[in-house]
Write a protein that binds this ligand. Structure first.
Ligand SMILES: [Zn+2]
Ligand SMILES: [Zn+2]
Length: 168
């Protein structure tokens, strides 16, 4: 009997795209016991979004996640060992939780859609857009860069911030 690491209630067995997995009725998180099943689900959804829909979803930031949602060491639904957060695909910015003891993956509500978007964007060569729009923080930086460059025309603000070397 597997337990939701967030709500401590029993997980229900369901199917997504014909792939069996478990889900929490309360928080809508997913437990995928065998990691290759995550890929099966993503593969099954391939081509479901048109390039236009995909670009729009990415512009809207629908693939991004709040960093405060990342919590260390959630208990594994199956073996209760501590899971470890990992960045899906290496640098997608989508943080999932993995149990290194039994190999399962926990996805919070909405994370499956984020993985789908990230993979679809990558397949279409939209990674640059994905990174460019990867979250509000980055958007703020882009805006600040623009303001800074505007300010440059009237002030002496350096274009490149140099690394400060501190001597004691
Ligand atoms: Zn739950
Ligand atoms: Zn485990």
């Amino acid at each position: 009997m597997n337990i939701c690491p967030r709500c401590q209630v029993r997980l229900a067995v369901v199917e997504l795209e014909g792939v069996p997995l478990e889900t929490c009725d309360r928080c809508a998180g997913h437990w995928i016991e065998l990691p290759h099943r995550l890929k099966q689900i993503i593969d099954a959804r391939k081509g479901r979004l048109s390039p236009e829909e995909l670009a729009e979803a990415i512009r809207d930031g629908r693939h991004t996640m709040a960093i405060e949602a990342v919590r260390e060491n959630l208990p594994c639904p199956a073996c209760r060992g501590a899971m470890e957060p990992f960045n899906y695909g290496g640098d997608s910015g989508i943080i999932l939780d993995k149990c290194h003891r039994c190999g399962g993956i926990w996805l919070d509500a909405g994370e499956l859609d984020r993985v789908h978007l990230a993979v679809a964007a990558s397949d279409l060569g939209l990674e640059q857009d994905l990174k460019r729009f990867s979250g509000p923080l980055h958007q703020v930086e882009v805006r600040e860069d623009a303001l800074e460059q505007h300010a440059l025309r009237t002030t002496t603000t350096p274009l490149v911030t140099t690394h400060h070397v501190v001597d004691h």
